[in-house]
Design a protein around this ligand. Sequence first.
Ligand code: MTE
Ligand code: MO
Length: 437
Amino acid sequence: MNKQQQPSLNDLYSKDPIAADKIIWGRRSSVLNRRGFLTSSGLLTMSAALGMTIPFARFMPAGLIPVAFAADNAQQIIAGKNDLIILNDRPLNAETPAHLLDDEVTPNARMFIRNNGNPPENVDPGNWELEIAGESCLRPISFSIDELKARFETVTLQLQLECGGNGRSEFVPATSGNQWTTGAVGCPTFTGVRLRDVLNYCGVAQDAVYVGYYGADTHPSGNPDLDAISRGVPIAKALERESLIAWAMNGEDIPFQNGYPLRLVCAGWPGSVSGKWLKRLVIRDRVHDGEKMAAPSYTVPQLPVAPGSRVPDEDMRIIESMPVKSLVTFPQSGTSHDFRQRLTVRGHAWAGDNQISAVFISSDFGATWLPTAVRPAANRLAWQHWQSWVQFPEPGYYEIWARAMDDQGRSQPMVVPGWNPRGYLNNACHRIAVQAV
Ligand SMILES: Nc1nc2c(c(=O)[nH]1)N[C@H]1C(S)=C(S)[C@@H](COP(=O)(O)O)O[C@H]1N2
Ligand SMILES: [Mo]
């Protein structure tokens, strides 16, 4: 099953809004006029399709597609996982619907899966060896998992992982890769040893620049000479207190698809730096040059480019800290609610290496924004929880939008941010639909 060929609703609307509109709304009843604005008869059509009025329609931006119409993907079963949406099954890539990310700490069964190749077979944790090497490693050594546990301090931290391509499905024109919506993110706890304790034990030379990883998974082609992925982080990020070599997730063995029995966790950066099925770390005297380190993988243009542009490799930069972002995890999009009652709204917000300073919500298509109560993170690089409530003035169709701001004053854009060739870093505001009755 591969859903990548289907044009997205966003794609259809941007290419030819009138035609898209006819596909969505049927031949006779276009909701947009020739310039792409909502007509009053269009509003009636849209309301009829929703089965309810839209009280704040006067604030609705032209060409906005009600989030209630977002297409549902088919669901399949993955061992040990609950209700993840499979985007691709070879290699396996599956995301978590927003309302299933409501837990403060993401359960193992709800952690997304992003595989670049074929996971290893016949894993035996008792025989697992982690090798530390590289030209800037003074004393190369291998450790069994028991030796790691015995020699270094064990720490548990809640750490946020988000795929660099999360949100890709909203880019227009569409970019290649998994068409993630909002669910390639999660924040479980990880238990392991600090990467820096292990690196320092093996000796980091003065000229060290980068730490690269190799995993036990294989290239999708099956060619043993190729790696599925081999990325890493600059030495400063590797030596942070929160960078871990982990063997447990939420107090249990790491789920197989999430890197059992050992993985790297360098949170706040694209998930691709956190190597799964970890076999080897290399302390490099240069920027690591493993698979998917070079442009266009996990890189974005240094300067904004026109959508659809070809960008020369030398004008691309490696993605480091991820941008500020938030999710509405309660209620579930599409919920119906008694308009006389307040509706509790909550979710999470995160900002790469930074902290969240505020989260705002709007229930009138962005005309007004209300602050929410934001809690401190469990530890650095964990997501933060926010909560608030809304009161609807009358029955009808509403959307709740959430917008977070980080401690650097950076905020989420309402519309999809800078297009880039591989569709990374979409941190546009999350929207959910609510029917007030
Ligand atoms: N060995 C290995 N490590 C890997 C990957 C992979 O395919 N192989 N995928 C990377 C990417 S792109 C992401 S987003 C995260 C996903 O972690 P998860 O599958 O545990 O959610 O793992 C990263 N580490
Ligand atoms: Mo990723």
